[in-house]
Design a protein around this ligand. Structure first.
Ligand SMILES: [Zn+2]
Ligand SMILES: [Zn+2]
Length: 265
């Protein structure tokens, strides 16, 4: 069902393997302070934390990914070599901060200054920072309650766009960046929270019973909803999001969009 080229999907699958390995490397040390977390009254949590990212690990994740990318896309080898030569602790510190904040502007500027492909810096930084986001997300999971009013991920602030129907039949919003999962009413809009049946519509894809697009006529938002009970292989939210990118195209072609939960810049 996917519109992605096999090549791209293969790359993403390989990144996924790396990414799981990175997550395992972060398992031992806690990145957050339980007392600080329990004192926070607002969501999302991560922008309020004073995080110390282990720069050696962050750098090793970037280098492993850049190695994979060079192998997969030899055309960007020179650009990546250029980038690698800039990765001082100072730059890595900045990268981790700007990647967490999804500062697209910073990475575009960085790429322009270095005269490399626009997407490269953000691509490397975003993938390398996700294991840290996932670790934080798992640490704060128990303290995050009453997320009914949240319009994006309560942990990292990513706008909601993906939900799964879990084994128990519940609709759960799930974050492709940090893996945080939170339950949502089946008939409701993840963006403006309306529960009016007249405002909500379900778009179905012919020949694909696993996936739906829940759209809202009130705010024009949409959420991709995937019935994982019908899937043989369990996929991470990150891969589910990528493999259902055709649903984003369909939603956007029909005039729906994802509202940004907050200004991240
Ligand atoms: Zn998140
Ligand atoms: Zn809505």
């Amino acid at each position: 069902m996917s519109v992605l080229t096999n090549d791209y999907e293969q790359l993403e699958e390989r990144i996924q393997v790396l990414s799981e390995n990175w997550s395992n490397q972060l398992e031992v040390e806690a990145l957050t302070n339980a007392d600080v977390i329990s004192g926070l009254k607002q969501y999302p949590i991560i922008p309020q934390l004073d995080l110390t990212i282990n720069l050696d690990k962050f750098k090793s994740f970037i280098l492993e990914l850049s190695h994979l990318l060079k192998e997969h896309q030899p055309a960007v080898t020179d650009d990546i070599n250029k980038i690698e030569s800039t990765l001082s602790d100072e730059v890595l510190q900045r990268w981790s901060k700007e990647a967490i904040a999804v500062n697209i502007y910073y990475f575009e500027q960085y790429a322009q200054d270095l005269e490399v492909e626009d997407w490269l810096g953000l691509f490397l930084a975003e993938h390398a920072v996700r294991p840290f986001l996932r670790k934080i997300s798992s640490e704060v999971k128990e303290t995050i309650k009453e997320v009914d009013s949240c319009t994006g991920c309560p942990t990292c602030g990513e706008p909601a766009r993906l939900a799964v129907i879990s084994k128990s039949g519940k609709k759960e919003l799930t974050c492709p960046r940090c893996d945080f999962t939170w339950e949502e009413k089946k008939i409701s809009c993840a963006h403006c929270k309306t529960e009016e049946h007249a405002d909500l519509e379900i778009l179905t894809i012919e020949g694909d019973e696993k996936t739906q697009i829940h759209v809202c006529h009130k705010c024009n938002g949409y959420t991709k909803v995937i019935d994982v009970r019908r899937m043989i292989k369990k996929e991470s939210p990150q891969l589910l999001d990528i493999k259902t990118i055709h649903l984003d195209y369909i939603a956007q072609e029909n005039g729906y969009g994802i509202t940004e939960g907050k200004d991240t810049h």
